[in-house]
Design a protein around this ligand. Structure first.
Ligand SMILES: Nc1ncnc2c1ncn2[C@@H]1O[C@H](COP(=O)(O)OP(=O)(O)OP(=O)(O)O)[C@@H](O)[C@H]1O
Ligand SMILES: [Mg+2]
Length: 464
């Protein structure tokens, strides 16, 4: 495949000669006679290499180099730039090298030398690209490895993270406490376009005072309020070029919400007590364990902000709805903590595994992790048993006694169910919907039971 090269040179005679030589050496050469038109070409077309004269009318070679290396305006900072100088101007060439030029050529150089040096730059650039690619792959892989779980739900989330890789879109993560929202946020940052920048998180629900939160987010000028003794940079500024993770966004006070909305719309902020807007370019990620739709209805959350951040919601289901992940996670934490506490542990016995799987985990993965740490810290044996779990508060026998006791001779579950269904129907004036709610089952399931036990009621006939 021919290598595409952009040649920027204002001396038409030298330009023609070099262009011909490079074409003869197999390059596809585009030309530009000044900096401005060169930058236009760089934004719209794709090149493997730029060769630029340093002295140019208007935007000069060093400035073109600087713009490319800054990676702004859609320019690719990895694009190699070779500068052309005259022998008398080696100082400038050295400066260009310090600013990221891949090499420099003197205009007096021999044709073969020029071609050889450009080939070498291209080779190095290909290697660097490959390195970057491999590093990204490794990072992505290790990030996913840390996210344990093979349930359909978790695999769908991992796929979604992979699909979003490299895209600067805001994402709203929802789910109960401890399901892994922050873990997913970090994975999104690491695979996102700003992964080289910082990951900055703010707990929007942690600060009791609205002003404290605002100054945390936007910073303040010296003397903005009593106690503001020095200038403070806000998290928006600190996240510049990276990702800002607004955690517990559902707990953010309303005044702060409207400031956030304005910021999202313009992506410009002013410090408290300040007037000059500060550019803040960062990716935004949000998380909450609240149901934001309900918060909107209750008037606790701005509807316009909700629409703004809810473009791409990812919901992480609670652990009890993806029980296949439990043994994998338990194993993962076991390995982690047995190393930390240097224990001879091998695994779980069968009863312990059954309980781990069947337990409801109201605190989700965080609870599982904490339980495992406590267990392993205390353990002296090689296997973890159901007894050990019980001592850590993990047990299937509920604290409250069951509302029905099993008699000596046992009972028929079907008969039990039939009686409960009838009782529920009687109590709700034979409304299947209400009876279903009373028993915590779906209307479909209720109507199945009604059919199964051949139940009818006079009030139902109207609907036939
Ligand atoms: N799939 C997973 N694999 C490995 N570790 C996990 C996984 N999910 C969660 N964890 C771990 O569980 C703990 C809780 O996760 P995290 O802090 O991301 O939860 P959260 O949803 O942000 O909770 P909260 O709403 O309480 O802030 C962390 O230690 C995290 O590393
Ligand atoms: Mg969290």
């Amino acid at each position: 495949m021919a290598r595409r090269l952009l040649l920027i040179e204002d001396d038409p005679i030298f330009l023609k000669r070099l262009q011909a030589n490079l074409r003869a050496a197999g390059f596809r050469v585009e030309i530009a006679a000044d900096g401005r038109s060169a930058l236009e070409k760089l934004k719209t077309a794709w090149f493997d290499l730029v060769v630029t004269d340093i002295r140019l009318p208007g935007v000069d070679g060093l400035e073109i180099l600087g713009r490319i290396k800054s990676g702004q305006e859609g320019l690719d900072p990895a694009l190699p730039v070779v500068v052309l100088t005259s022998v008398r101007d080696v100082d400038t060439a050295v400066r260009a090298m310090r600013n990221g030029a891949a090499d420099y050529l003197t205009k007096e150089a021999e044709k073969q030398e020029i071609v050889m040096r450009l080939e070498r730059v291209l080779e190095q650039s290909a290697l660097a690209n490959e390195n970057r690619y491999l590093r990204a792959q490794i990072e992505q892989h290790s990030e996913f490895r840390k996210m344990i779980g093979e349930s359909a739900a978790l695999r769908a989330i991992k796929d979604e993270i992979a699909d979003l890789a490299g895209q600067d879109v805001p994402v709203l993560l929802t789910g109960e406490t401890g399901v892994g929202k922050e873990l997913v946020a970090r994975a999104l940052h690491r695979t996102g376009p700003n992964s080289a920048g910082p990951f900055v998180d703010v707990n929007c629900g942690a600060l009791p005072d609205e002003n404290l939160l605002l100054s945390e987010l936007f910073g303040h000028e010296r003397g903005a309020f009593t106690g503001a003794v020095s200038l403070k940079r806000g998290k928006f500024e600190l996240a510049e070029g990276g990702t800002l993770f607004l955690d517990e966004i559902g707990d953010m006070p309303l005044e702060a919400q409207s400031r956030i909305l304005k910021t999202i719309e313009g992506l410009q902020v002013t410090r408290l007590g300040g007037s000059r807007p500060i550019e803040a370019r960062c990716r935004l990620l949000f998380a909450t364990n609240k149901n934001l739709e309900q918060e909107v209805e209750k008037g606790h959350f701005r509807q316009d902000l909700f629409y703004r951040i809810n473009l791409l919601p990812i919901t992480i289901p609670p652990l009890r709805e993806r029980r296949d992940d439990i043994p994998l996670l338990a194993r993962f934490f076991l390995e982690q903590f047995r190393e930390k506490y240097r224990k001879p542990l091998r695994g779980f016995d069968e009863d312990a595994l059954t309980i781990l799987r069947a337990y409801n985990w109201p605190g989700n993965v965080r609870e599982l992790r904490n339980v495992m740490e406590r267990l392993i810290f205390r353990s002296k044996a090689e296997t973890i048993t159901a007894e050990d779990l019980k001592r850590c508060g993990v047990s299937l026998v509920p604290d409250q006694p069951l509302p029905v006791a099993i008699p000596e001779g046992g009972l028929s579950l079907d008969e039990m169910e039939r009686r409960l269904v009838i009782e529920a129907l009687e109590r709700t004036d034979w409304s299947q919907k209400k009876a279903a709610a009373l028993l915590g089952i779906s209307v479909d399931r209720m109507s199945n039971r009604v059919k199964k036990y051949g139940l009818t009621h006079s009030s139902w006939r109207i609907y036939r």
